[in-house]
Design a protein around this ligand. Structure first.
Ligand code: ZN
Length: 132
């Protein structure tokens, strides 16, 4: 794990949340992107080397909709930058971690991503990502 790439925060509405985060971070949202395979619309902010990713559900069966239903708005995952997602997944599996994705998939912001199951972390939904 090289560094924390971003922190993902589940929100009910990007429209309502973006102005609040722009005010909090004193920077403008630089990208809004939908990842249809995950059922999310994302908004990104830069905070130094790290980013904040707001996540809004695009449909009722989206993992973000389910998360908000159970826990409310708030921190959803922490994403770690790695050199090679597949290699990292293989290593984590060898070390006994349960994976949500066995293979890297297309994520937002030009990344290949995969999630580690919070059962094995424990309690943290961890993402590993690399630039495409
Ligand atoms: Zn993420």
């Amino acid at each position: 794990m090289n560094r924390i790439d971003h922190i993902g925060i589940a929100v009910k509405s990007l429209e309502n949340s973006i102005p609040a985060y722009e005010k909090l971070l004193h920077t403008v949202c630089y990208k809004i992107e939908t990842v249809e395979s995950e059922g999310v619309r994302t908004a990104f902010f830069k905070v130094g080397e790290t980013k904040i990713e707001l996540l809004e559900a695009t449909r009722p069966d989206s993992p973000i909709a389910k998360f908000i239903e159970k826990k409310g708005e708030g921190i959803h995952h922490i994403a770690f930058d790695v050199n090679d997602v597949q290699l990292t997944l293989n290593e984590l599996k060898t070390r006994g971690f349960e994976l949500i994705h066995e293979k890297p998939k297309d994520g937002a912001d030009g990344k290949m991503i995969a999630f580690i199951h919070p059962k094995s972390t424990p309690g943290l939904l961890a993402e590993v990502c690399q630039n495409k």
